[in-house]
Ligand binder design. Structure first.
Ligand code: SAM
Ligand code: SF4
Length: 360
């Protein structure tokens, strides 16, 4: 891929979405709600965030229509449902069922994933799986109930662990666990999470803290980079060998040798990942596009501007018109997000919405 921008804007409806830098979109992230039942410190303010009024949310039919254009007309292959907390949508099973009727260019069902905090997943995992859900990422920042409650501002760790058990029982595989690498208690949290995830067969991913939470709460100097996470694990006795980034996916993977955890119990060999979205961004390989719960298109997680697809759709726009708007917005996708320049972070404009309203 060349970093040199092409300047001629395509006018016809394309068969796939490409940008000026030659990147092709294959991955659709759909936020189905901006609401949440946790208040993670790095994502949402403790209080005072207004929810989108219900009529502004995309309906199941609207989500299904945009996803159909993405998969069947524009060549996307993977869909991930996120939020806010997607399990707060009572019709999530209907959304998954509608998405699983779609067929990619090669005639297969798109890969359908869910990113969730896990609350209530035990009661819904089997139905979601039956509807066509393939995989799940569950966010767990700590395995100590007090640490968990401090980071999420809610005392719900046991409910989350019940949710993970439900996902496993329903056969959702793999189970990935997301943990944000905020500095608070990291030297205790990270080794404990790593050991327990290896024991339970969950694929742990540490994610660098991005400037997408409540305004004024992120400081470049506080970012715990991937190197620091690995140092913390090595200090706790983990033997790590680099695997790289298979398929150029965001997570850099590390083989972990079998060992003994901080609790004195053994863990088997396995793998963990670190997503260096801030210190080593993967913008050059980015193949994602995002829809917010109110139908706005974001070509980048960090976009300060968005493109409204819901209004034209509700005004009766034909499929071709919606795809043309989507293609034009994609063409203008920036080369990189700019949050990685930790020396000059003032050049970076954080989006107005918090992560919960963007869809992580
Ligand atoms: N509520 C669901 C959950 O927590 O998994 C889905 C939405 S949440 C916004 C998606 C992911 O974004 C979670 O794994 C969360 O930890 C991560 N996240 C939220 N704010 C973040 C931030 N400022 N930096 C890095 N990751 C963040
Ligand atoms: Fe809610 Fe997920 Fe944000 Fe936590 S990270 S506040 S669970 S949307």
């Amino acid at each position: 891929m060349s970093a040199q921008a092409i300047t001629v804007v395509p006018t016809a409806v394309p068969e796939q979405l490409v940008d000026r830098f030659g990147r092709t979109v294959r991955d659709l992230r759909i936020s189905v709600t901006d609401r949440c039942n946790l208040r993670c410190t790095y994502c949402m303010p403790a209080q005072g965030l207004a929810w989108l009024p219900g009529p502004q949310l995309l309906t199941v039919a609207e989500i299904a229509r945009l996803a159909r254009l993405a998969v069947e007309r524009l060549g996307m292959e993977r869909i991930r449902l996120t939020g806010g907390e997607p399990l707060l949508r009572r019709d999530l099973e209907q959304i998954v069922a509608a998405l699983s009727t779609l067929r990619t260019r090669i005639g297969t069902k798109p890969d359908i994933g869910l990113t969730t905090n896990g609350l209530g997943l035990d009661k819904r995992a089997a139905a979601l799986r039956a509807a066509g859900l393939d995989r799940v990422n569950i966010s767990i920042d700590a395995l100590d109930p007090q640490n968990y409650a401090a980071l999420t501002r809610r005392d719900r760790l046991q409910d989350v662990l019940r949710g993970v058990a439900g996902a496993q029982a329903a056969g959702l595989d793999p189970i990935k666990v997301n943990a944000v690498a905020v500095p608070e208690g990291l030297s205790e949290r990270a080794p404990r999470l790593a050991a327990e995830c290896l024991r339970r067969g969950w694929q742990l991913r540490f994610i660098e803290h991005m400037p997408l939470g409540p305004r004024g709460t992120w400081r470049a100097g506080d970012v715990v980079g991937a190197d620091k996470v690995l140092t913390v694990l090595r200090r706790a006795g983990f033997e790590l060998a680099p695997v790289g980034r298979p398929d150029r996916r965001p997570a850099a993977l590390w083989d972990v040798a079998a060992g003994r955890g901080p609790d004195g119990a053994d863990y088997p060999a396995g793998r963990i990942g670190v997503i260096a979205s801030v210190t080593a961004p993967f913008c050059a390989d980015c193949d994602r596009t995002r829809l917010t719960a109110d139908g706005r298109l974001l070509t980048c997680l960090f976009s300060a501007t968005d493109t409204d697809l819901r209004s034209p759709m509700r005004a009766g726009a034909a499929d071709e018109e919606i795809m043309r708007i989507w293609a034009e917005a994609t063409w203008s996708k920036p080369r990189a997000h700019g949050a990685d320049d930790l020396q000059a972070p003032s050049d970076f404009t954080a989006p107005a919405r918090t992560m919960s309203a963007i869809g992580g």
